[in-house]
Design a protein around this ligand. Structure first.
Ligand code: SF4
Length: 375
């Protein structure tokens, strides 16, 4: 009989679980705190549970279901990447990203980037994860457990979580929001909802749904161009959800939440880094207040890209600065991100793709099956 993995259960679900075992409901509160507040992953360490109850738990449950395979820490900037094995032998990544050394909140900020799917069905031209195809959605427990592993492997407090790792979070909306519910529960990990950011390639219905949630989290859009043809070349999803629909959805999100969405923008040399491209962003920001993150391109040469993807080159540092200055002159809030963890393959999907080429049992490369939740 397979044992139940408790990470990923809400307090209500834990209550049902312990009562089915003939235990009192308060046991659920104890388990919830041990799992999410204290981050303990062995029943034997849950010291206020009776010996008998711990023995029962050992027989019918496991605290979590992931296994840490590899940890890589950048000697340049401290970025730490975790490769985790799922019960079905697939692999996912989570990345701890310290702030830039000159960031104002350098002492307080430590961001964890989590995955929401194994692989991704969206095939963005610049992304290593897209080359893996899609295997499956992660459960809420598999998402929360990435946080718990990262927390056990750092002596600093994780201040922020971004759902920007492998996969498109909006294609796994329900499990992502269940994970957000567990992570923000004040009886457990108690992270602030405003410290959680969900990123999307541009699913307009889910952006509106997110705006209507009681628990308001931040939104990031992987944008990369406001020119329909250029964005379609970079992100084929644009054919289905065009710039106009996307702009309307972001405006709705801003009006409902009063939170400025973040636009993620990778400048590619001579493609989307011209003054005219910057002016499209300036015009967009007049309608939707937003913040812009300019992110240097991590090469995906190791995936042996072909066609358009093979032609993409990172913009020079000088060009990125000129692009940023043009935006700032128009009073936009702009951050130029550093190339965090370049020495440890920290960009989305890089480590998992690299590991899939090594002689492990992992089979992270999967057939290109569309997500069943794909709207
Ligand atoms: S950038 Fe995001 S949405 Fe696009 S293929 Fe990569 S993981 Fe998927």
């Amino acid at each position: 009989m397979s044992r139940t993995s408790l990470t990923g259960l809400t307090l209500d679900e834990l209550r049902t679980f312990v009562m089915d075992l003939g235990e009192k409901p308060y046991r659920a509160h104890q388990l919830f705190a041990w799992l999410y507040k204290n981050g303990v992953n062995a029943f034997s360490d849950m010291s206020d549970l009776s010996r008998d109850f711990r023995d029962v738990l050992e027989r019918v449950a496991v605290p979590g279901s992931l296994e840490l395979l590899t940890t890589r820490r950048s000697t340049r900037d401290g970025t730490t990447k975790f490769l985790l094995r799922l019960p079905d032998d697939l692999a996912i990544e989570a990345v701890l990203i310290p702030p830039d050394a000159d960031a104002p909140d350098v002492e307080r900020r430590l961001t964890l980037c989590v995955s929401t799917q194994v692989g991704c069905p969206l095939d963005c031209a610049f992304c290593a994860t897209g080359t893996m195809g899609f295997s499956r959605n992660l459960s809420a427990g598999e998402i929360v457990e990435q946080y718990l592993y990262a927390r056990r492997n750092t002596d600093r407090r994780i201040s922020n979580i971004v759902f920007m790792g492998m996969g498109e979070p909006m294609l796994n909306y329900d499990e992502v929001m269940k994970a957000v519910g567990i992570l923000t529960d004040n009886r457990g990990a108690h992270l602030g909802a405003r410290r959680i950011t969900i990123s999307t390639a541009g699913y307009v219905n889910q952006i509106r749904r997110l705006a209507d949630e009681d628990r308001t989290v931040k939104l990031a859009l992987s944008l990369h161009s406001l020119d329909e043809a250029k964005r379609t070349a970079l992100m084929p999803i644009t054919k289905k959800h065009g710039i106009t629909a996307l702009t309307d959805a972001l405006e709705y999100y801003y009006r409902r939440t009063r939170i400025r969405p973040t636009l993620e923008y990778i400048p590619f040399e001579g493609f989307n880094d011209t003054d005219a491209d910057a002016d499209l962003l300036i015009r967009f920001a007049r309608r939707v207040p937003c913040k812009v993150n300019l992110i240097p391109f991590h090469s995906i040469e190791f995936t042996r890209p072909s066609g358009f993807a093979a032609q993409l080159r990172p913009s020079s540092g000088a060009r990125i600065e000129a692009f940023a200055s043009r935006l700032r002159d128009a009073h936009l809030t702009v951050m130029v991100r550093s190339s965090a963890g370049e020495d440890i393959e920290a960009a989305c999907g890089q480590l998992a793709v690299a590991e899939s080429a090594s002689p492990r049992r992992l089979h992270v490369r999967a057939p290109r099956t569309p997500a069943s939740s794909h709207p």
